[in-house]
Design a protein around this ligand. Structure first.
Ligand code: CTP
Length: 400
């Protein structure tokens, strides 16, 4: 099979050095990569690095190797163009169709999916000019990844960091897998809860569960690749932040409820993939609970936690909002799933069979997705990302 052809455009920002890592990930995973740096990008990372890492001459100007007509051919032949980092200047040029170097020409001739990973100072990102350019690019079908929040060049922190190259690679992989299918969640805000809540008993102990958060993170990654604005409510996960997702960390069910309700206020879809504890200890011991010699074992009294899925399903924050729940069942999977779908009042319920060695922590999943209109979609055993894409396939036609 022919290697997928990727054009890695690099524009002139300090984060250009991180694009070397992205390049490595792409070539090592079997992609043919052509690097097209802008003249400014070469101030940060030299041509020799791009050529050596990609095994291809890195060209900047349209006036080199003119007989190969590179300003047309490179874009035409690509399966994916990814620009990382994309500066404010590069986004402006792309939005307005300017073509004064090889990268901007390539963007005009490419008919494949295009991913931009912007990186710049917060003020530049938030400027209406940049925001309008980003909106234009998204409207035309490009995937523009929201920058990460964190340390910027110098002493300032804020939104504008290039996400981890590993996570940009994940977006590229997802976008490539979708082929020419246009991003169908553009302009949509989706909220996903992931992981498992922990209910503290005392300063060192909690009641928790085995959820790793992988299914929720897969939902977040696939939604970013389909163009959505993503808020990921993460309960006690130890996974890398997906590129482009706004990650809100929570601990307990009560904290998760608060975060979900806040994010859901303007959301088009809410997917509750988190394993939320149904009960919490009635009392929290300020000091560590000690064992007393000869005394009976203590009894832990529990109280009910709010049911977040049922609450957001009955009181939809926005008309036409699609709500998706997950159900973990150990037996009578379909029957129990149908009952749960009715009880919770959500639109879709992803039912999977769990056990001590099934689903939790694994990269794979198998499920049946039940819809409130009676539709049933079995999803065969496979990667959690494949299941995530089926969830979005079912959410999209139900969106208002
Ligand atoms: N859920 C929730 N709030 C809770 C408990 C669960 O929002 N307090 C959500 C989960 O995120 C999941 C769905 O409800 O999307 C199903 O959770 P599950 O634990 O399978 O169902 P339960 O309602 O706990 O029913 P049971 O314990 O009878 O299986």
């Amino acid at each position: 099979m022919e290697k997928p052809k990727v054009v890695l455009g690099v524009s002139g920002g300090i984060a250009a050095y991180k694009a070397c890592e992205l390049l490595r990930r792409l070539t090592e995973s079997g992609h043919f990569v052509r690097v097209v740096p802008t003249a400014s990008a070469l101030h940060f990372v030299g041509e020799a690095t791009w050529s050596a890492l990609s095994g291809q001459a890195a060209v900047t100007e349209v006036w080199e190797t003119v007989h190969e007509v590179p300003h047309v051919r490179i874009g035409q032949g690509a399966d994916l163009v990814v620009v990382a980092p994309a500066t404010a200047d590069l986004l402006a040029k792309a939005a307005h169709g300017l073509a004064d170097d090889l990268l901007t020409n390539t963007l005009l001739t490419a008919r494949c999916p295009v991913v931009f990973a912007p990186a710049m100072h917060t003020e530049m990102w938030e400027h209406p000019a940049t925001q309008e350019n980003v909106a234009t690019l998204r409207r035309r079908g490009a995937v523009v990844i929201e920058p990460a929040v964190g340390r910027l060049t110098g002493v300032d922190t804020g939104k504008g960091r290039l996400p981890d190259p590993e996570e940009i690679f994940e977006v590229c992989r997802r976008v490539l897998a979708r082929g020419v299918a246009a991003p169908d969640l553009v302009g949509r805000h989706v909220v996903i809860s992931a992981g498992g809540t922990r209910e503290p008993l005392d300063p060192v102990r909690f009641l928790g569960n085995r959820s790793s958060g992988k299914q929720g993170y897969a939902l977040a990654r696939t939604a970013v690749a389909r163009g959505a604005r993503v808020t990921l409510i993460a309960a006690n996960t130890a996974l890398a932040d997906p590129a482009g997702a706004d990650v809100v960390r929570v601990g307990t069910a009560v904290q998760l409820r608060e975060a979900v309700l806040k994010a859901a206020a303007d959301a088009d879809a809410v997917v509750m993939a988190a394993a939320v504890a149904d009960f919490r200890p009635a009392a929290y011991a300020q000091g560590k609970i000690k064992k007393e010699e000869g005394a009976a074992a203590p009894t832990v009294e529990l109280v009910r936690n709010p049911d977040v899925l049922a609450e957001i399903s009955t009181e939809r924050a926005k008309a036409g909002q699609v709500v998706v729940g997950f159900a973990a069942e150990t037996d009578q999977v379909r029957e129990n799933g149908r009952k749960k779908l009715l009880r919770k009042g959500c639109d879709l319920l992803v039912v999977n069979e769990v056990g001590e060695h099934k689903t939790f922590g694994s990269a794979e999943n198998e499920a049946v997705i039940l819809a409130s209109d009676g539709q049933e979609t079995p999803v065969p055993h496979g990667p959690k990302e494949a299941l995530a894409d089926v969830v979005w396939d079912l959410v999209v036609p139900r969106l208002a």
